[in-house]
Design a protein around this ligand. Structure first.
Ligand code: ATP
Length: 343
């Protein structure tokens, strides 16, 4: 456990600015998830913290110590990659013990056994300790890869899409376990993912990167409800936020600078006779999509090609082809550059 500070860090590769003037201050025990499109600089950020890249400028601080010039092995961080990198010829036990047997650490075999057993229990893999690493499922292999980070109990954990190669069920299971382990150990974690569910459920704060820049850093709720830009608003939320030209909602009084309106599906309500007075727009139901726990109404606005997706409860369902009244309870406003215009 330790705090981590990335202070004004920049990194170029030739002409490419991979990370630009990045500042992130993480308290001990925080779980920060980095989100962003491909090439945004997420992996480079982790590599800079690990010491696998040297910044052009700025510093990395771990537990109050400037480690910018410190070798990776001496930084007390561990890196878990997307592809589990186990030693195939070793058993699960020996894979987990391996980091503790490094010559840099002088850990006794008794202490190693205690630690490996503790971590195997956390990962619910006690009964697999003698298995060769090759005789494990993908999810079990990734558990061992995470376990190898846990046995070291480092100051900071760096995880680069550790669950992305797993199928949906394993991913869900391991996501929950990771959250539990992080809460139990109060580990400081910097974690990269493309998966918004992972980001929303794991993070104490989410950092959204775009073109090497941190465009927003906040709690999942802040980033979801109060996004700084169209890019951030579009990154979180399923279905994706509806983006409409300003003219699409004629009733709205918006400042001149606003060009785009963002409306989340849950903020569109279908009006019934008793709620008709609240209606502020009309729409036609094009089709209805049933998901496991909700319905999505695909709507079109009259006189335009503009589509709109609303989430609906069974009681609010209309029929395809039906013209309905809707109440748009909340909208987010953006300017021509995609930046938020606050009201
Ligand atoms: P992804 O989600 O695809 O993994 P990312 O957000 O992790 O992307 P990075 O891998 O950090 O992005 O890359 C940021 C930018 O820096 C990209 O434009 C990438 O091409 C470039 N880059 C990264 N590493 C190198 C390198 N070793 N040499 C040259 N360019 C690099």
């Amino acid at each position: 456990m330790a705090d981590l500070k990335i202070a004004a860090v920049s990194k170029h590769f030739g002409q490419t600015a991979a990370v630009r003037d990045l500042n992130i201050d993480m308290a001990s025990g925080e779980f920060v998830v980095l989100l962003g499109p491909s090439g945004a600089g997420k992996t480079t950020t982790l590599r800079l913290v690990a010491g696998l890249e040297t910044p052009d400028s700025g510093q990395v601080w771990i537990n109050g110590r400037d480690v910018t010039q410190v070798a990776p092995a001496l930084r007390d961080v561990t890196f878990v990659f997307q592809q589990y990198s186990l030693y195939p010829h070793l058993s699960v036990y020996d894979n987990l013990a391996f980091p503790l047997r490094s010559p840099l650490r002088k850990t006794s075999e008794d202490d190693i056994r205690a630690k490996v057993t503790e971590v195997a229990r956390m990962l619910r893999m006690e009964d697999k300790l003698q298995n060769p690493a090759t005789r494990l499922s993908g999810g079990q292999m990734q558990r061992v890869a995470i376990g190898r980070a846990l046995v070291r109990n480092p100051a900071v954990y760096l995880m680069d899409e550790p669950l992305s190669s797993l199928d949906a069920k394993l991913r869900n299971d391991l996501r929950l376990e990771l959250k539990r382990i992080q809460q139990d150990t109060q580990a400081t974690m910097l974690y990269v993912t493309h998966d918004q569910v992972e980001a929303l459920t794991l993070a104490t704060r989410i950092g959204v990167l775009d073109h090497g820049q941190l465009v927003q850093l906040g709690t999942p709720q802040q980033v979801y409800e109060d996004p700084a830009s169209v890019a951030v608003a579009s990154r979180l939320g399923s279905p994706r936020i509806n983006l409409l030209p300003r003219a699409a909602l004629a009733y709205l009084q918006v400042p001149e600078t606003v060009t785009t309106l963002g409306v989340r599906a849950e903020h569109i309500q279908v009006c019934h006779p008793d709620t008709l007075a609240q209606a502020n727009a009309q729409a036609r139901v094009e089709r209805i999509e049933r998901l496991s726990d909700q319905y999505l109404l695909h709507l079109s606005l009259p006189g335009s090609e503009q589509g709109l997706i609303a989430s609906a409860h069974p009681g609010e369902l209309a029929r395809p082809g039906e013209d309905i009244h809707i109440h748009i309870a909340h909208s987010l406003w953006f300017d021509a550059g995609g930046q938020r215009v606050r009201h």
